[in-house]
Ligand binder design. Structure first.
Ligand SMILES: Cc1ncc(COP(=O)(O)O)c(C=O)c1O
Length: 398
């Protein structure tokens, strides 16, 4: 196979000395996907699932085709895939609506690497029902999931809610084993795949989870659309979170009956353009993978790791054996924010801070780190430039 060639021409902001290393927060959107978005608003925009005129019927068909192809991306049936606005919205929906009859003392298992979006909703639920939160830890030296995690699961465990990959270290978690452990004690499992979806093959049947969520904008789509897979025996037992148009079978003055389909979780007008371009983004991403994107990004990650590790003034956070293409690091001599600002002035975008994962940074004993996250548009030359600017920052600021 030819080596992967970053499709820079798809990204009009690039090619003028600008290096974008914040794809784990949100990816730049390729022209192909933007064209799809524009095409929808120019020629196809109409209300979906409402009106009977032909433009509305066509827009509805486009939306449902998009649902179908997003579902296929994770090996799910479209009948079990709903389309919330974001991973955050989906996780909040799950925390409020999972059909679990909570008793005081029941346990939820989370990892210490959860993004706040997969932590705060469960924290609030735990406070409401006097539940116990239990924690999957990470080995400080290797960065992998700490051994002995199986012991956390008990007959009191009602839920596992876990990230597929850390947004700070990139560590990929053993989802199939974790979900099997949850199932073995009769607990439900929720997977936050926001960081993994663009990089790791995710097939819900093989993972064996009850729910899985990810956002379009971290997979080269626009913001405003996400995917929430719900296991077919689960969602008919769940109440909708938002109530309104488009999710009811029948409404009378005093009562209403919800739709018997997954659309019961999609009250109100959806962001059709975002959903349709989400499907286009996944198609684009799949093509990039067929051209060797994954090998390209793991090569760049290794180049970056080697470069960082040669600089003894930097400390790299370990990630275990399997990791998404991002690296976080810090320095005892220069604050992470100062490094990020220096790089910004050199036209290099990285992220610094606690990355909405404060418990992980507390666990690691670090206040803030610089995160370099890679995307399809990055090249070896970008890494060389980044390392050179880090050296310049060190000379100027240490
Ligand atoms: C692991 C993880 N979960 C959830 C989220 C939240 O995603 P969104 O902002 O699309 O709701 C993020 C965003 O960075 C994330 O990295």
């Amino acid at each position: 196979m030819q080596p992967y060639s970053p499709p820079i021409h798809e990204f009009s902001r690039l090619g003028h000395g600008y290096c974008y290393f914040d794809s784990a927060a949100t990816c730049l959107v390729p022209e192909t996907v933007l064209q799809q978005w524009l095409e929808f608003y120019r020629h196809q925009h109409a209300s979906v699932h409402r009106s009977s005129h032909s433009a509305s019927r066509s827009a509805t068909a486009l939306l449902e085709q998009a649902r179908q192809s997003i579902a296929e991306f994770i090996g799910a049936d479209a009948a079990n895939l709903c389309l919330p606005a974001s991973t955050t919205a989906a996780l909040n929906l799950l925390a409020q609506q999972l059909p679990i009859s909570w008793q005081a003392g029941d346990e939820i298992i989370l990892s210490v690497a959860e993004h706040h979006a997969n932590l705060l909703p469960w924290q609030r639920l735990a406070a409401q029902h006097q539940l116990t939160l239990k924690w999957l830890e990470f080995d400080r030296k290797s960065g992998a999931l700490a051994a002995g995690w199986q012991q956390l699961f008990s007959p009191r465990t009602k839920l596992l809610a876990v990230t597929a990959a850390s947004n700070v270290t990139g560590a990929v978690l053993p989802l199939t084993a974790l979900c099997a452990a949850a199932r073995a004690v009769g607990a439900l499992s929720v997977v936050d795949a926001a960081q993994a979806a663009a990089h790791v093959a995710l097939q819900v049947q093989q993972i064996g989870c009850d729910a899985l969520v990810f956002s379009g904008h971290k997979c080269y789509g626009v913001t405003g659309a996400a995917a929430l897979y719900l296991q077919p025996q689960l969602w008919p037992l769940m109440q909708p979170g938002l109530l309104g148009g488009g999710m009811v079978e029948q409404v009378e003055r005093e009562q209403a009956q919800w739709l018997q389909s997954i659309q019961r979780f999609e009250a109100g007008s959806p962001d059709s353009a975002a959903i349709i371009s989400f499907a286009a983004a996944l198609q684009w991403l799949t093509q990039q993978h067929q051209h060797g994107l994954q090998q390209h990004l793991s090569g760049l990650r290794q180049q970056l790791l080697d470069g960082l590790q040669q600089r003894d003034w930097l400390r790299v956070l370990p990630s275990g054996e399997q990791a998404t293409p991002l690296v976080s690091f810090y320095s005892a001599q220069v604050h992470a924010y100062d490094l990020a600002m220096w790089l910004d002035a050199a036209n290099i975008a990285v992220r610094a801070g606690s990355h909405c994962a404060q418990p992980l940074l507390q666990h690691l004993g670090v206040a803030s780190v610089v995160r370099v996250s890679l995307g399809a548009y990055n090249s070896g030359a970008d890494i060389v430039r980044l390392l050179r600017e880090l050296d310049n920052a060190h000379s100027a600021l240490a």
